[in-house]
Design a protein around this ligand. Structure first.
Ligand SMILES: NC(=O)c1ccc[n+]([C@@H]2O[C@H](COP(=O)([O-])OP(=O)(O)OC[C@H]3O[C@@H](n4cnc5c(N)ncnc54)[C@H](OP(=O)(O)O)[C@@H]3O)[C@@H](O)[C@H]2O)c1
Length: 226
């Protein structure tokens, strides 16, 4: 069995538990100091994973923004930017997205059925890996482990966070709570309804809580109980 990476989930949410609002523009939840903290987290990881809806909706680049952090990675014999990873069952990913045209290596996990079409569409832009009839997160982590990924940062969205937590595959959760109330029923939530390990009575171990300007950063160890 390959060694799976350490899995760090990172999210910013409103007080009422939303990752975004329902408008077409991305809602900025963090403040500059917190974005800088997230940039350091990216610099410290080997790979960054996001769900396809986040790619389609936010069109993010997912890079290490600070030049000194990139230089430190290169000096340590690493790539300037972490490997960028996404997953899709439908394979509906436009080659125009910024994700494919920024950073260094890019990897897509999909089903065997969708893999051929996606390989054609993303030729020269990303490696496409089929993981069978469905994209299981355990198989995905095994594959990343085989590729030498020791530390994976998962940056959302809610569907992806939900699965990592429900399947007991997250080692750490860093949750930034921003002083906003979104209040849209159709906006994406940090997690969707799911059967989480231990149910609603299980208390996760809190590793740390601190303020970053007007944001509160909470760190949990989801595999450990209080
Ligand atoms: N505040 C934050 O920190 C933060 C961070 C990231 C995102 N967001 C927000 O979150 C929202 C998107 O969240 P979301 O929950 O709607 O979507 P998401 O988690 O970004 O992506 C879901 C999509 O990923 C693919 N996927 C997920 N699990 C899969 C699996 N096991 N196998 C195969 N494919 C899988 C599917 O793509 P296909 O449909 O292609 O099959 C699925 O529709 C956006 O509004 C974004 O702005 C906020």
């Amino acid at each position: 069995m390959p060694t799976r990476p350490y899995v760090l989930l990172s999210a910013a949410m409103s007080i009422d538990g939303y990752l975004d609002d329902a408008s077409p523009e991305r809602l900025l939840l963090s403040n500059p100091a917190d974005f800088d903290r997230v940039d350091q987290l990216r610099a410290d990881c080997d790979a960054i994973l996001v769900g396809s809806t986040t790619l389609r909706r936010d069109n993010p680049r997912l890079l290490v923004n600070d030049p000194d952090r990139r230089a430190a990675r290169v000096a340590a014999g690493r790539s300037a930017h972490p490997l960028k990873v996404t997953l899709s069952a439908r394979g509906d990913l436009s080659p125009e997205l910024r994700f494919w045209h920024t950073g260094e290596q890019r990897l897509v996990y999909t089903t065997d059925q969708a893999a051929a079409g996606l390989r054609e569409r993303l030729a020269g832009l990303a490696e496409v890996t089929g993981l069978g009839e469905r994209v299981g997160l355990g198989a995905l982590l095994d594959d990343l482990g085989r590729r030498g990924v020791g530390r994976l940062m998962v940056e959302g969205g809610g569907s992806v966070h939900t699965q990592f937590l429900a399947e007991g595959l997250a080692d750490e959760l860093q949750l930034a709570v921003a002083p906003l109330l979104v209040g849209h029923a159709s906006a994406p939530r940090f997690v969707n309804p799911a059967k989480f390990p231990g149910g609603s009575g299980r208390r996760l171990r809190l590793l740390a809580a601190r303020t970053v300007g007007d944001v509160v950063l909470l760190r949990y160890a989801p595999k450990e109980s209080a």
